[in-house]
Design a protein around this ligand. Structure first.
Ligand SMILES: [Fe+2]
Length: 225
């Protein structure tokens, strides 16, 4: 039944995308039920006869647990810190990398605002945006608000497109909330630098290379770059 449900969701994707949230929740809930099966196996000691009511209760509990965890965890932004060293560097740099805000769709403005304050406290030399800052479900105003905030960071912000930013699947949903040009203008008007298979000099000892998204046919391969 679960395999069938998964197949249905996958094949009828355009229909389900239109009503994204309930079906995404159903998809995750079904996955939680599958993950719950080993637990049931342990509980019943691999007996053939199982208690249907307890089994159902366990399924529902695991589904609820996964959905609640996901909802709460989405609001918890945990930065990870990494130190990279190279003999070629003559000075040190602090860089912030952030991606997949999916503003308005996955992440609220309140959470993003808090993250912006944390970024400012790090006093980065530059910021890298790894794509999917907005997506097919982001409102026009939400997209604009986000880039306006990045524009106020006071340091260079480099941006690469993700597979959702230009809303390629919006035709299956409610149509685009902004055009590709509007998005590009919004990014650059706020002083952000879009890198589409481009190299930019950060300092005498550091270059940054930003690739076009893999969904675009114009993307250069690594050898070309
Ligand atoms: Fe993403």
């Amino acid at each position: 039944m679960i395999a069938l449900a998964f197949a249905l969701i996958a094949f009828a994707a355009p229909v389900f995308w239109r009503h994204g949230y309930p079906f995404a929740a159903l998809y995750i809930a079904l996955l939680a039920d599958v993950l719950c099966d080993p637990l049931k196996a342990v509980l019943y000691g691999f007996r053939k006869k199982t208690d249907q009511k307890i089994s159902l209760l366990l399924s529902l509990l695991s589904m609820a647990a996964v959905l609640i965890y996901g909802t709460v965890n989405m609001e918890r932004v945990v930065p990870s810190r990494h130190v990279y060293t190279s003999g070629k560097l003559k000075q040190s740099y602090t860089a912030v990398f952030i991606s997949d805000l999916h503003i308005g769709s996955s992440q609220s403005e309140a959470v993003v605002e808090k993250a912006f304050n944390e970024i400012r406290e790090l006093h980065p030399d530059f910021i890298m945006l790894g794509g999917d800052i907005s997506d097919e479900q982001s409102e026009n105003e939400e997209m604009k608000w986000t880039y306006a905030q990045f524009g106020k960071m006071g340091v260079p912000v480099y941006y690469i497109y993700g597979n959702h930013d230009r809303q390629p699947r919006s035709a299956y949903m409610y149509g685009p909330t902004y055009s590709r040009d509007e998005l590009a203008n919004m990014i650059t008007d706020n002083g952000l630098i879009i890198l589409q298979d481009e190299l930019v000099k950060i300092g005498d000892d550091l270059y940054l290379l930003g690739r076009e998204d893999t969904s675009e046919y114009t993307r250069k391969n690594v050898t070309e770059l």
